[in-house]
Design a protein around this ligand. Sequence first.
Ligand SMILES: Cc1cc2nc3c(=O)[nH]c(=O)nc-3n(C[C@H](O)[C@H](O)[C@H](O)COP(=O)(O)O)c2cc1C
Ligand SMILES: Nc1ncnc2c1ncn2[C@@H]1O[C@H](COP(=O)(O)OP(=O)(O)O)[C@@H](O)[C@H]1O
Length: 318
Amino acid sequence: MEIIQITDLLDGNGSAAFRPTVMALGNFDGLHIGHQQLIARARALAETTGVPVSVLTFSPHPRQVLGKGGYTHLLTPSDEKMRVMQELGVDIVYVVHFSLDFAALSAEDFVFRFLGALLPQTVVVGFDYAFGRGGKSDTSQLKLLAEQIGIDVEIVGAVSAYGDKISSTLIREKLSYGDVRLVQELLGRPYSISGTVMHGEKRGRLLGFPTANVEPNDPYTLPKNGVYLVRVLVQQTWNAAVLNIGTKPTFHDDHRRTLEAHLLDFEGDLYGQTLRIQLLDFLRDEKKFFSVDELIGQIHADVLEAKTRLHTFSGISY
Ligand SMILES: Cc1cc2nc3c(=O)[nH]c(=O)nc-3n(C[C@H](O)[C@H](O)[C@H](O)COP(=O)(O)O)c2cc1C
Ligand SMILES: Nc1ncnc2c1ncn2[C@@H]1O[C@H](COP(=O)(O)OP(=O)(O)O)[C@@H](O)[C@H]1O
């Protein structure tokens, strides 16, 4: 898969580097099964005309640039997004640097000056696609403008599950309830977080449960505080683990949120390594224990419960 960064507005002078493709447009945060259907549609169209399938996406996420706080938690930061797109069979990803200048483009400029220069034969968008200054233009305007310069527009309908339209917002909400099993259904794969193992408070080993303190590499949307059954990728090997997300209220009144994974069958040094954590199941809420022995007893019970539930997940492909 080729990744092409686009940092300027093209102004019609960059077209030499581009070739005809069928192009899916969107932010695709989460790359959930709705996004996947859209990309599959683009792929099918590309195959019938014998051109590559491309995706046009933005970085940073427009909400990170335009949002009131200027910062948004993501489901699939860039590396994860690229990994999943590759699995989906995307040939080319155009990553457009999203700036205030870009956001200010009118609908006409976006289509005539920008999109046209990328030479798509067809663009594929979701039914709720919005573009142009203030995101004020919709799919019917896209069709009207794009067809003037010979670009076909294909609009893909909503995908629903359990009566809800699948969206990044829905997935964020389910994560806030800790419902990682449902999230896995909506994503078509387990929710995953990548991070680096940092030094912690060195208490884990004294409790009999060393825990890798994982500092997320990007501003991920975290599920609610609690204990989860997870799988952790360490140097190309998956390890079953229990993960605590929270503030460790047994030891602290006001600690920042941390992610700590105890790998069930592992001994060794993980400091400095990059780990990928897949969240498989929610085990319980995080609690304040009144003695350390009570906490240790509960972690033993968590490990037993994790091992029991692990059997349910044997069919998952990583
Ligand atoms: C499976 C598991 C469950 C945990 N549950 C709780 C909990 O309910 N409440 C709590 O205060 N800490 C909980 N912890 C966090 C421990 O307090 C933490 O791992 C310990 O303080 C070690 O921290 P350190 O690695 O920074 O030394 C849990 C840890 C694990 C691995
Ligand atoms: N089974 C295991 N699961 C997680 N970490 C382990 C395991 N075995 C050894 N380790 C190592 O021990 C470290 C965690 O020990 P801990 O006492 O909790 O220290 P820290 O507070 O620095 O995390 C991990 O970062 C890793 O290098």
